[in-house]
Design a protein around this ligand. Structure first.
Ligand code: SOE
Length: 381
């Protein structure tokens, strides 16, 4: 079988996750690794068992590379996605798609013009239970949606000494917690419910007004501690915590809370969707199960089991019931869908995977949330 040759750009936390997930799809070869310089690219490629290593600009000239995965810090997503599309290659970009709305708009238009496959790694959509919730809502099992409550809590930035490029607006953009993990929650909210957010009222807090920046690099989630002489104290002006009230296009309301300083919550997205027929609750730290609340009968506890799932959701199940699937499996399942389009050579009319248009949508919501916080007022999307 001729394999599709892929390049991955960036090897922080998520780049290796993309590489592992790509390698679990039989028709894909991760042929090239790109990093900020050739030396680092070669070092990382050797560690990850990838044959070719080079800087981004050199990879673009390689005709054999058909798809590029952009796993670099947020501020590079726009320029690199644009260059990849202009080089005639398909692109999978990490969220957020860009740090400015106009950049995202330009990428959506360019992707549309080229017809190339374009996707944003909203991988949390690919937990089988998330698609099961979506298909159950589509078949009417939830009824009319009364309210939505969501949270996305982490603690990897809990300490004043926890530091990462995401804390630096020139690399991450003007928002951090909302742009970084709120993006997943907001995308998943609209994806599962089918509703559109029409207005937001946001309030941010920066718990650590200064942080101790290490004078040498450490990776996301590494949790490594350094000696006091290894730090410099820097001001922080992006949010550790955000509370956002939401209004939806069905006239009902909701709220989300996003925090990266909640001790003990490692990477916990929780959503509860109250409907006229039932209430759905799902938590990413227990992704193979879902709670279904009822008024007139006993509540239900659905476990991931292909025999109990709708056909569309069942496609995302790779192992029998009871054999838990988790975070790494989401990217494998997403790439299976994306690469079916790559095989066809073009973006489908109605992609089942999250596209640049979804990335733009999420960025628009994020920008309005930032605007609302600054104005301390409701802002329309
Ligand atoms: C850090 O908050 C992070 O790695 C995010 O950037 C990812 O999108 C999320 O899936 C896990 O946490």
């Amino acid at each position: 079988m001729e394999k599709i040759k892929v390049a991955v750009v960036g090897t922080g936390f998520i780049g290796p996750a993309h590489i592992e997930a790509l390698r679990r799809n039989p028709n894909i070869e991760v042929a090239t690794l790109c990093e900020v310089n050739e030396e680092l690219a070669k070092e990382k490629a050797a560690l990850l068992g990838i044959e070719k290593a080079m800087v981004f600009e050199d990879m673009l000239k390689d005709e054999e590379i058909k798809v590029v995965h952009i796993c670099t810090p947020n501020f590079l997503h726009y320029s690199q996605s644009k260059a990849v599309l202009e080089a005639g290659k398909h692109v999978v970009c990490e969220k957020p798609l860009a740090t400015k709305i106009e950049e995202a708009e330009e990428l959506v238009a360019l992707a549309e013009k080229t017809g190339l496959v374009n996707a944003v790694h909203f991988n949390l959509r690919y937990y089988p239970m998330v698609r099961q919730m979506k298909t159950m809502r589509e078949s009417g099992e939830l009824g009319d949606i009364y309210s939505i409550m969501g949270s996305y809590l982490q603690d990897w930035l809990f300490l004043q000494t926890d530091y990462n490029w995401r804390l630096e607006p020139d690399k991450s953009g003007d928002s951090r917690a909302i742009a970084d993990i709120g993006s997943h929650l907001l995308d998943l909210t609209e994806y599962v419910t089918g509703l559109k957010i029409t207005e937001v009222m946001a309030d941010f807090s920066t718990v650590h007004k200064t942080r101790l920046k290490p004078l040498k690099a450490i990776e996301t989630y590494s949790g490594k501690s350094l000696a006091p002489s290894d730090y410099e104290e820097v001001p922080i002006n992006t949010e550790d915590h955000a509370t956002v009230m939401l209004r939806f296009d069905n006239g009902n309301k909701g709220s989300v809370t996003v925090s990266q300083v909640n001790a003990g919550r490692k990477n916990r997205l929780n959503i509860e969707i109250a409907g006229s027929k039932a209430n759905f609750e799902w938590c990413s730290e227990k992704p193979n199960e879902m709670w279904i609340g009822k008024r007139e009968t006993a509540n239900q506890h659905l476990m991931k089991d292909p025999s109990l799932f709708n056909a569309e959701a069942g496609k995302l199940i790779g192992f029998p019931g009871g054999h838990n699937e988790g975070f790494p499996d989401t990217s494998k399942q997403m790439f299976k869908e994306v690469y079916a389009a790559v095989v066809e050579g073009k973006q489908p009319e109605k992609p089942s995977y999250p596209t640049f248009a979804d990335g733009h949508r999420e960025l628009l919501i994020c920008e309005r949330i930032i605007e609302s916080h600054k104005k301390q007022a409701w802002v329309k999307i």
